[in-house]
Design a protein around this ligand. Structure first.
Ligand code: EPU
Length: 294
């Protein structure tokens, strides 16, 4: 037991964009009880933490990156922890894959998250960035969140104690940093068939418009108010635009994909090119949705 500190983890092997340099260290948290050692371990390393799920929304820079990746404990199976009226509360550990969690709730006949089908990553990652699609997001079902922070240790934060928005999540009590360690969601009973068919429908729509198999981090820019970044990029001529090993997807212009051998330098140059083009053509400043690390 105790924390394991491993030197020099490769971001290329830990992100779905498959690019980026080497972080200072990777801290493997074997058990939640080990978390108390984490602030001390980080202080010793002298770098900030980066909670790592499946790395599916990260664009890591090239070279040596001064940060410590934090890997959460292996998840246990989700658990039904309460019933209230027609609501069923399910608890999950942060490290559980979101697709696996969605299959689990569907198999129990619990509805409310079907629109999230096809989002990769862990459920902790989905909470931490309020992942969403097709009119729903994590905050819609979230009941409370298990957080760890240096000030307050491990504690459950109720729905009212966290701020959520479009791809945004933050505890109201601000601290140096926090980790999402678990979540409880409120779902509703429905027939397994109906849930599975809504999930399949979401997947089909996504497959038709998004390059789900490509090395990407999903949508690279946020949608501006009442507009679509994909459409703006498309109109500005960026669908399929390539630089080195990076390209805006032919299928969806807001997906930046690594076609092989792409670097973060290529990615950031393409991003800057696209931002200035859309600003010129439409007078709109596109904001990044992926997190550039560090
Ligand atoms: N469009 C184009 N050209 C393109 C891409 C899209 O003209 O190359 C048009 C589409 O035809 C459509 C409109 O733009 O009329 C919107 O496109 P789409 O339905 O694909 O959705 P989106 O707004 O581009 C958002 C989320 C996705 C999420 C989908 C489905 C953001 C930035 N994107 O995309 O989320 O999967 O809706 O709900 O919020 C992500 O967060 O990584 C992500 C991919």
């Amino acid at each position: 037991m105790g924390l394991k500190v491993l030197p020099g983890p490769s971001m290329q092997q830990r992100t779905t964009l498959r690019l980026g340099g080497t972080a200072t260290a990777e801290i493997v948290v074997g058990h939640v009880n080990d978390l108390d050692e984490l602030p001390g371990a980080l202080e010793k390393l002298g770098v900030p933490p980066l909670m790592l799920g499946k790395g599916s929304n990260l664009l890591a820079r090239d070279g040596e990156l001064p940060l410590a990746l934090v890997r959460v404990p292996e998840p246990a199976k989700p658990e039904i922890v309460g019933f209230s009226g027609d609501r069923v509360t399910v608890r999950a550990d942060a490290g559980m894959g979101l697709p696996a969690f969605l299959s689990w709730v569907a198999s129990k006949g619990l509805a409310g998250m079907e629109g999230l089908s096809g989002i990769p990553g862990t459920i902790g990652g989905a909470v931490a960035m309020n992942a969403g699609s097709y009119g729903t997001d994590m905050s819609r079902v979230m009941r409370r969140v298990l957080l760890f922070s240096p000030c307050c240790g491990l504690r459950w934060a109720d729905r009212e104690d966290v701020l959520t928005g479009y791809r945004h999540f933050a505890p109201r009590t601000v601290d140096e940093w926090f980790l999402v360690m678990g979540v409880e969601v409120d779902l509703k009973e429905d027939s397994r068939e109906a849930i599975k068919s809504r999930m399949a429908e979401t997947m089909n729509t996504k497959r038709a418009s998004q390059p789900l198999e490509a090395w990407s981090a999903g949508c690279v820019f946020k949608n501006p108010q009442a507009n679509s970044a994909g459409r703006l990029l498309d109109e500005a001529g960026f669908r399929g635009r390539q630089l080195g090993g990076m390209a805006f997807s032919e299928r969806h212009a807001n997906f930046l994909v690594n076609t092989g051998g792409g670097t973060s330098a290529d990615a950031l140059a393409l991003i800057a090119e696209a931002q200035s083009a859309v600003s010129r053509t439409h007078g709109i400043d596109l904001e990044l949705e992926v997190k550039v690390i560090p």
